[in-house]
Design a protein around this ligand. Structure first.
Ligand code: ADP
Ligand code: GLC
Length: 496
């Protein structure tokens, strides 16, 4: 008998704030479960116990032994637990895989060569841990390739396990560009049957095995993080080779826009910024601008427009366009501030650019949460020229901070940003469509024309600041999706 009729969800993920973060996935895993708990859903988040959590005082050991069959033997792991804002978090402790610097690698441009093995093991450990719980979860909510093994294990190795007879899976694609490809020779090591290595209905992908494909093929339902991206990944341009499969499984694919945790990202309460402000009392933003310029070593020319960016510097994010547009950008009279890290060549370019224009360009290479908040508050505009963007969170944070987004119209950027129209005063930002440096510059010019008219600019800022992207709405959509999947409604009741 069920203890109660609340949905019980195990949310498996490779990173989650406030514990471990490289990008937006962590923000989602930190905030969505909170919103779900508020809606009465029982959610447990589970992630690896990385070095960061071991070094601090995070959590207590709640299970000393979970035996996980793997790599031709059995590995025993411990489970730690902590609670954050009403959400239980669990950590799989397996030092040989996770007691290392960083998360996916020692630094943002270097990955551990055994990453697929690390997360295959994590996935199996999540299942073994769940098996020891009092009752089975209704659904495993899996996120990105790192947890794509969970649906695969459940539908193969554990398919005859009565405990999981009614358990379903949802696989959320946060970024289809990262697929967890590996040699099929590893399948045996992971305890997976060789027949899963096939093209139709299996995980073969152009001569490799794919953990992303495992999630898409074997999950009961698939979701992604914006409606637009749900359409885009079904096209060859954005599908990274999986568009055909996604078209074939389109009835199971749903796009749910990410939300924002306004407890973390709100200029009215943000503890990291020089002065708090809001749409009713906006004066503080000017102080934040002065503080940002000081922090970045730039002259305090408060009337000069400042464009900011915060990003992983990888091909997805489109900073090759910024490099191409660099001269033109400075020609417009702006100052540019960037916080980011990743691609070494891009890092070098930005460092050199700053050296050449120390009074106009401020660059911080690295990961710095406090500075991210200062940029959101202190910049006038926020630039995200992404080649593709499943959802993107910074443009939504920017709206709240009155920092007008200039974006390329793709994925969640296209869903969240509407062009500002000076005649109707509607819209919250500026966007360009074609992936070209001259189009980026044209959007910046357009933004600057509006900026030059303080009343219009205020209107544009206010449209953004008043918008509500809180998690509540998205969490309702997730809850409804969970219910439909668990009930086996429509396509979710058909054999996969
Ligand atoms: P993605 O997950 O693709 O990196 P998102 O826009 O969804 O993109 O989320 C990025 C998140 O990571 C935001 O919270 C952003 O502030 C943060 N972030 C990215 N780079 C840095 C950095 N160098 N320092 C601090 N925070 C960063
Ligand atoms: C990925 C995507 C980003 C999205 C985030 C959270 O990292 O690149 O667009 O916002 O996941 O879903």
């Amino acid at each position: 008998m069920r203890r109660d009729d609340r949905l019980s969800i195990i949310f498996a993920v490779s990173e989650a704030t406030p514990y471990a973060k490289t990008g937006g996935l962590a923000d989602v895993a930190g905030a969505l479960p909170q919103a779900l708990v508020k809606l009465g859903v029982e959610v447990a988040v589970i992630l690896p116990r990385y070095r960061g959590e071991r070094a601090g005082t995070v959590g207590r050991c709640v299970k000393e032994r979970v035996d996980v069959p793997f790599a031709f033997g059995t590995k025993t792991v411990a489970i730690y637990a902590d609670e954050h804002k009403g959400v239980p978090f669990y950590f799989v402790d397996v030092p040989e895989y996770f007691d290392r610097p960083g998360i996916y690698g020692p630094n943002p441009s270097e990955e551990y060569p055994d990453n697929v093995e690390r997360y295959a093991f994590f996935s199996r450990a999540v299942i073994e841990w769940a098996r020891q719980c009092e009752r089975p979860p209704d659904l495993f909510h899996c996120n990105d390739w790192q947890t794509g093994f969970i649906p695969l294990y459940l539908r193969t190795v554990y398919s005859a396990e009565p405990f999981f007879r009614r358990t379903r899976t949802l696989f959320t694609i946060h970024n289809i560009g990262y697929q967890g490809l590996f040699s099929p020779t590893l399948l045996e090591r992971f305890g997976l049957p060789p027949e899963v290595y096939r093209t139709e209905g299996g995980i073969e992908f152009y001569g490799s095995a794919s953990a992303m494909k495992a999630g898409i093929v074997f999950a009961t339902a698939i979701s992604t993080v914006s409606p637009k991206y749900a359409e885009e990944i079904q096209t060859p341009e954005y599908g990274h080779g999986l568009d055909g499969l996604l078209r074939a499984r389109a009835t199971r694919l749903v796009g749910i826009l990410n939300g924002v945790d306004y407890e973390e990202w709100n200029p009215a309460t943000d503890p990291f910024i020089a002065a708090n402000y809001s749409v009713e009392a906006p004066e503080g933003k000017r102080l934040c601008k002065a503080d940002l310029l000081r922090t970045m070593g730039l002259p305090e020319e408060l009337d000069r427009p400042v464009i900011g960016s915060i990003s992983r510097l990888v091909a997805q994010k489109g900073f090759d366009l910024v490099r191409e547009a660099a001269e033109g950008l400075l020609h417009t009279g702006i100052m540019y501030v960037l916080l980011g890290s990743g691609d070494r060549e891009l890092e070098r370019f930005f460092r050199d650019w700053q050296r050449a224009h120390p009074d106009r360009v401020g660059i911080y290479l690295g990961f710095h949460n406090e500075l991210a908040h200062k940029i959101e508050a202190g910049a006038d505009m926020f630039l995200m020229p992404s080649r593709y963007e499943p959802c993107g969170l910074n443009q939504i944070y920017s709206l709240k901070y009155g920092t007008v987004p200039i974006v390329r119209a793709t994925g969640g950027l296209d869903d969240t940003i509407q062009p500002f129209d000076p005649t109707t005063r509607s819209g919250n930002g500026f966007k360009f469509f074609e992936y070209r440096a001259d189009r980026l510059l044209a959007a910046v010019h357009e933004a600057l024309r509006v900026y030059a008219d303080p009343s219009l600019w205020r209107a544009c800022m206010e449209n953004g600041m008043r918008a509500d992207f809180s998690w509540e709405r998205s969490a309702l959509q997730y809850r409804e999706l969970y219910e439909r999947v668990i009930a086996g409604e429509g396509p979710f009741g058909e054999p996969t």
